[in-house]
Design a protein around this ligand. Structure first.
Ligand SMILES: Nc1ncnc2c1ncn2[C@@H]1O[C@H](COP(=O)(O)OP(=O)(O)OP(=O)(O)O)[C@@H](O)[C@H]1O
Length: 271
């Protein structure tokens, strides 16, 4: 742990939502506008460490926008305005002093469509570590193997590491993208509908993988699939028209929603 993260941990406010849960990401009064259009309205949420949090809600409600604010992926959108606070381990991530490259190393993102680089499987995984200055071949070999194992795809690709990642199936490509994210040893993995382009078997493999990864990482997923949210998440956040309507334990939210709008959504009355 570097000096910076020690300082951040000390500064961390006690925003845990229950018991011994530790908050790793905390948004407070977050508003976001694309030009004149407001996409997030006063969102406050404490995301717990080493759990899976699912963001659900109808199309256009702001799930992806919120996910992207967590690692500043929206920064370069023209006309964007963000107010309020997002803290990662107690540090304000929109503070001008924050190094965005460092932030994105801590908080990795996996997108909806598998997007391996047009290069070998090995080079896809080694790309991030090389960018962060690792050149030693045996060290890179170890990282590549460990990351591919972590993403449950090592056995499928270990004999073709020098072949192009683009020759793999969609489900395999997505696990390569997860391995690529793991290779830089992130703290948090964000997944934006990471299985929606995949067949049921590949989806099930990624869901199993998410269950394994949460022992080591904090995971935040956006999903349109409510069954998936119930299968993989510990906590669930329901968004509607840019507002966070309800956030709680997934079992509770789906069995006894507190808000009528959540109930209407999960029972299929709209969306
Ligand atoms: N880059 C952008 N520029 C302008 N408006 C945007 C941009 N990205 C999203 N929006 C708008 O912000 C609102 C929220 O979009 P967002 O993609 O976050 O919703 P979502 O809940 O993830 O939707 P979906 O489930 O369809 O992916 C929508 O009205 C959308 O049109």
């Amino acid at each position: 742990m570097d000096d910076n993260s020690i300082r951040l941990n000390k500064a961390q406010p006690d925003t845990s939502s229950a018991g011994t849960e530790q908050t790793i990401l905390a948004a407070k009064n977050l508003d976001l506008w694309y030009g004149q259009a407001q996409a997030l309205r006063n969102v406050s949420i404490d995301i717990p460490e080493k759990q899976v949090t699912a963001l659900i809600g109808p199309s256009g409600c702001g799930k992806s926008t919120f996910l992207k604010t967590l690692d500043r992926m929206n920064d370069l959108v023209p006309g964007i305005k963000i107010t309020g606070s997002v803290q990662y381990r107690g540090q304000e991530i929109y503070d001008p002093s924050v190094d965005v490259t460092w932030l994105r190393k801590q908080i990795g993102m996996v997108f909806q469509k598998p997007n391996p680089f047009p290069m070998s499987i090995y080079d896809n995984i080694a790309y991030g570590p090389r960018t962060h200055g690792i050149r030693n071949k045996s060290q890179l070999d170890d990282i590549v193997e460990k990351s591919l194992q972590g993403a449950a795809i090592w056995d499928e690709v270990k004999d073709r590491l020098k072949k192009s990642a683009l020759g793999l199936s969609g489900g395999q490509q997505q696990r390569i993208c997860i391995a690529r994210a793991l290779a830089v040893e992130p703290d948090i993995l964000l997944m934006d509908e990471a299985t929606s382009a995949l067949d049921p078997i590949s989806t099930s493999k990624i869901e199993d993988l998410i269950a394994d990864l949460k022992n080591q990482y904090t995971i935040v997923i956006v999903t349109h699939n409510m069954q998936q949210a119930t299968r993989v998440s510990d906590k669930c956040a329901f968004f509607l028209l840019g507002q966070l309507i309800e956030f709680g334990d997934t079992t509770q939210l789906f069995s006894m929603p507190k808000d009528k709008r959540t109930e209407d959504y999960i029972t299929g009355r709209f969306g």
